[in-house]
Write a protein that binds this ligand. Sequence first.
Ligand SMILES: [Zn+2]
Length: 248
Amino acid sequence: MTSTQPNQNINEGHEDQISCKLVSEIIRSRIKSDKVRFHANDNIADYIYPGELETLEKEVASRVRELLKTLLIDVDNDHNTQETAERVSRMYINEVFKGRYHKQPKVTSFPNDKNLDEIYTVGPITVRSACSHHLVPILGDCWIGIKPGEKVIGLSKFARVADWVFSRPHIQEEAVMILADEIENLCEPKGLGIIVKAQHYCMKWRGVKEPDTSMINSVVRGDFRHDPILKQEFFELVRQQSTVGKNY
Ligand SMILES: [Zn+2]
């Protein structure tokens, strides 16, 4: 990340042209020139320069207002929806999809001085996301199991990182993989297991309208993958931590 100011690298000699560019176009052109993927579940915070998020928030609000108008909602006279566009924009950028636009919360790792090598699990951690297909909620619980390596991180950090990863439009299978990658980057465990059990409003609120169906998936890496006894111990610890019949 350089300290280049917004537009500077694409501005020279084209100031009139650039001044009418939308901030989303400026950010997109930066990402594309680096040939970086920007799917719904990718974080793009490195490409958003200071001050641009506020401008993006205004641009998104104007688009949501157009959407509401196209849906033939009288946003000028309906007191309930007059500021809906601004609320939805703020909610997307700073709350439910903040994991795309904001940097990863700071997580400090410490050396594993005592050479801890017993496995432990953390959970249930509440995770909240939205499906990439319909942008409706996915709500669930996550359990993380660690066999420590050279580095350790505080227990609460797992919840912060999970929240950051899940606060993007996702499909559950990919969310779990992305969370596993981030945790491996942060503390390089010898073994890692993650289980997510979630309910999808795609299925509860629309479509087949099955209110009680949930999806469970898991990923195991390192020693958890190669050692069946360790893997079994991980699933047993999570079973003990699970809440039965939790609903959203
Ligand atoms: Zn969906």
